[in-house]
Every structure is written in structure tokens, then in C-alpha cells.
Design a protein around this ligand. Structure first.
Ligand code: C5P
Length: 263
């Protein structure tokens, strides 16, 4: 420990990167595919390295890729007050998150859960989410307005209704939680899992907290937090990366990466 005027690190960042990425069809797990010459895992570690406070980073990867993930993280210049841990992934995303929670050290109070599949999420979004969790003592997720008109699918491929989108938002990651709230929500979900169908599987962590009756606050997300799912998303992300590197006020994360890359 140093006696620098920082509070003790209480921030945990769990990066879930254990998905197979079948919809991308890259033949390699999605988090190990490259965007702009760097794996998605490396993008995530570099973004964390640009945060204004230290903490514990947990990379959740398949057992077969654990050593590779550690090598990638070790090559990124992270503040020495960060610790990096590896957890092995589960069959479903929520199981991977649970294993990530189990890898957190004592003393972690605020946890951000982030998809490696959103490689260009700016550090500002991480910081906004963490600040909202600390300010409210509750959960917080980044969100953006829905641009498309939304319709409900009816019988035989027809439209049955137009949905009022004014109250709707699209939610991204990192999602932030007081650790005790997230751990309790996952514990409850695990206990109920036996009776649940696949249709009932939560698609994000906030959903587990909502099911447990918790309040989830919305903070401003970012178009840079676009998720890589299909091959076309890779083209979009490459465009965002090129734009951010060239723009004077682009995403700070992309700038941090550019500057570090040229050191
Ligand atoms: O499959 P999808 O893109 O929705 O996954 C979102 C994130 O969750 C990805 O970063 C993926 O690596 C991660 N994941 C995981 N373990 C799983 C499934 C998905 O860590 N079993």
C-alpha cells in the first residue's frame, strides 16, 4: 500500500468475456476477436486503465483462454493499484457474472459489470455509472434513446401495434451495483433457477435486481458502447474507432488507447 491520498480501492469491474460468439461466426470466442488490431479483451483492459480511480478487474473467460487473457492484461500499462483476477465462465452470461462476483476481494463495495462485447464504451460511462451507484446507494445502468419506430409482431408476420417509444430506452453496459445488492439478486436467481424456463433467463444484471424489487437508475449511455453481435457490427465499430481517433473531442477511451499505443 502507498499513503497516496486516495481512499481504499472499493471498485470492482467484472468484464464478462466467456461467450462463444456464435452469431459473429468468427471461429474464435468473440472477446478474442480483433477490432483495430486489438482483441476486445485488450480494449476493455485499456478502458479500465483510463479510469480515474483504481480497483479490482475481474476478467471472466473460458478456462481454455485464461492464460491468454492474463497475458493480454499484463501487456496493458495499468496503474499498479489495480489488481487483475481471472474467473472461469459459466454456460450462461448470468452464471459468468456470478463467478465474477465470487472472485471479488473483500473490501469491494461498488461493482460494474461490463460486456467485453462493447469494446469502445468510453471510460466516462464507467465513471458516470459508478458515481450514480455511490450517490444513490442503488443500481444504475447506462441508456440511450431508441431511434427506430417500434412495432409489435402479430400473426403471420404482420404488425399488430406500434409501440410508444417515448418511455423506452436501450440499455448498455457497464451496469453498476452496490455489491451486496448484486450478490443478493444473483443468489435469489440461483435459488429459483431450478423452476425457470430458458425464456425466463435474464438478459442483463439489472433485470435480476428488478426482479428482487430493487431500484435501477438510468444514466446517460454512449453510441460508442455499441455491442458487437453480428459481422455488420464489426464494420460499425471500426467506423466509430476510426472516427474517434481522428476527432479532436472523440471518445476519451479511444484517445487513451491511441496515446498509449504511441508511447
Ligand atoms: O452473447 P452476448 O453477446 O449477448 O454476450 C454478452 C457478453 O456476455 C459477452 O461479452 C460474452 O462474452 C459474455 N458471456 C459470458 N458467458 C456466457 C455468455 C456470454 O461471459 N456464458
Amino acid at each position: 500500500m502507498t499513503d497516496a491520498p486516495h481512499r481504499l480501492a472499493d471498485l470492482g469491474v467484472i468484464v464478462v468475456a466467456a461467450g462463444r460468439g456464435e452469431r459473429l461466426g468468427a471461429g474464435t470466442p468473440k472477446a478474442f476477436t480483433e477490432l483495430g488490431g486489438r482483441t476486445l479483451i485488450e480494449h476493455a483492459v485499456r478502458t479500465v486503465s483510463a479510469l480515474s480511480e483504481p480497483g479490482q478487474l475481474v476478467l471472466v473467460v473460458s478456462e481454455a483462454r485464461a492464460a491468454e487473457a492474463l497475458d493480454i492484461a499484463a501487456a496493458v500499462p495499468l496503474d499498479s493499484r489495480w489488481t487483475v483476477s481471472i474467473a472461469h465462465g459459466g454456460r450462461e452470461r448470468h452464471e459468468s457474472v456470478r463467478f465474477g462476483i465470487e472472485a471479488l476481494h473483500d473490501g469491494i463495495r461498488t461493482v460494474l459489470v461490463h460486456d467485453a462485447a462493447r469494446p469502445l464504451t468510453p471510460p466516462e460511462v464507467f465513471e458516470r455509472v459508478a458515481a450514480a451507484v455511490r450517490r444513490t446507494g442503488q443500481s444504475a445502468v447506462p441508456a440511450v434513446a431508441v431511434a427506430d419506430t417500434l412495432k409489435e409482431r402479430g400473426e403471420g408476420g404482420t404488425v399488430s401495434a406500434t409501440v410508444d417509444r417515448s418511455a423506452l430506452v436501450a440499455v448498455q453496459t457497464p451496469q453498476g451495483f452496490p455489491l451486496d445488492v448484486l450478490a443478493a439478486a444473483h443468489q435469489t436467481a440461483q435459488e429459483r433457477e431450478g423452476g425457470a424456463s430458458d425464456d425466463d433467463a435474464p438478459t442483463d444484471d439489472a433485470e435480476l435486481v428488478q426482479r428482487a424489487g430493487g431500484t435501477v437508475h438510468l444514466v446517460e449511455g454512449s453510441p460508442y458502447a455499441h455491442k458487437l453481435t453480428r459481422p455488420a457490427d464489426l464494420l460499425m465499430l471500426e467506423g466509430l474507432l476510426a472516427g474517434a481517433a481522428g476527432a479532436p473531442h472523440g471518445a476519451r477511451g479511444a484517445h487513451a488507447r491511441t496515446e498509449e499505443g504511441s508511447r
